[in-house]
Ligand binder design. Sequence first.
Ligand SMILES: NC(=O)C1=CN([C@@H]2O[C@H](COP(=O)(O)OP(=O)(O)OC[C@H]3O[C@@H](n4cnc5c(N)ncnc54)[C@H](O)[C@@H]3O)[C@@H](O)[C@H]2O)C=CC1
Ligand SMILES: CC(=O)C(=O)O
Ligand SMILES: [Mg+2]
Length: 371
Amino acid sequence: MLIGVPKEIKNHEYRVGLTPSSVRELVAHGHKVQVETMAGAGIGFADNDYVAAGATIAASASDIFASAEMIIKVKEPQKVEYEQLREGQLLFTYLHLAPDPDQTAGLVKSGVTAIAYETVTDRAGGLPLLAPMSEVAGRMAPQVGAAALQKANGGRGMLLGGVPGVAPAKVVVIGGGVVGTNAARIAAGMGADVIILDKNVKRLTYLDDLYGPRIKTQYATIDDTEALVLEADMVVGAVLVPGAAAPKLIKKEQLSRMKPGSVIVDVAIDQGGCFETSKATTHADPTYIVDDVVHYCVANMPGAVARTSTFALNNATLPFALALADKGWKKACQDDPHLVAGLNVHAGKITYKAVADALGYEYLPIESALA
Ligand SMILES: NC(=O)C1=CN([C@@H]2O[C@H](COP(=O)(O)OP(=O)(O)OC[C@H]3O[C@@H](n4cnc5c(N)ncnc54)[C@H](O)[C@@H]3O)[C@@H](O)[C@H]2O)C=CC1
Ligand SMILES: CC(=O)C(=O)O
Ligand SMILES: [Mg+2]
């Protein structure tokens, strides 16, 4: 199969779909890989590293979109990218379609077959291709939130861990999955007073076993979520209903009652965000203020630590990329119920129910797409 890797074009996005090591694995399986020139340059992968791994270098993204049978990316295709996709081509990347009607319409119109990293599942009920980036974004959340709490950045002027004789900041994490757990762990490590809210009692039990009294847990009723958010110095938004738009758990009216200078890090922004006032920001201009509350809503947080993130992502995606290349998407999906869970779009139809429901498309059941 001819596999293409374009350079990412989102703001300050330096991750790349394949590392040179991953290219070498695909080439060892008999595939051809074409990488756009400078695709990995931002994180120390020179064109020559890709050539040494067996790739050829394409002068432009349009060469790749024109010829590749499978395109491997990191972030969802931007307009200039999805306009070049076509029927019979396979796209393997993050998509986050539910909050993104324009991209969804573009993919449907193109006829492409698109497998979204974020809805591929595993035997334990997890999301193995989302998890590595959730680990990164979760660990970054207290770090970026701590900076936002500084006075010059609009924050309350609080040190996350306090000092002897002065209490630490209160950090509330909504959603105790991969992002939430990693955010809580780092915030607690920085000395903050941390509590995690979730609706899944089993998950809260697991977190309690894992961290003991160092991190508190709370069942996420509307009442308790509101009470804790109003007391918080920093809130991390980390909920997910796979494939669906994030539920808006904190309304504008509630936000206006938060402490002036408090900080929201809405990691769930890639699914639309869990605060009514959240809108996606970029690494170039990551924060804005509503009602004296600093909002950090960068939808590609792991792009800031792109080298770590690219290795972590490739560790998870490579086995699936190999299966797709070796068998073709249909056979690979027929053989693997977890990979097929990633199928979001096929030949002009939406094949993921939560996306179809969120955006008012007819849903094509996966079995029909695979027939
Ligand atoms: N902004 C960025 O750069 C990045 C964003 N993300 C996003 O972060 C979000 C969280 O991802 P993960 O932690 O991997 O998901 P996850 O599935 O591991 O965890 C989500 C948790 O939210 C809980 N939850 C769902 N509805 C809830 C509610 N109403 N109240 C309280 N808890 C609720 C679930 O029970 C689950 O424990 C996703 O939207 C993901 O796409 C992930 C990586 C990078
Ligand atoms: C998951 C995601 O949105 C990211 O890694 O950018
Ligand atoms: Mg206020």
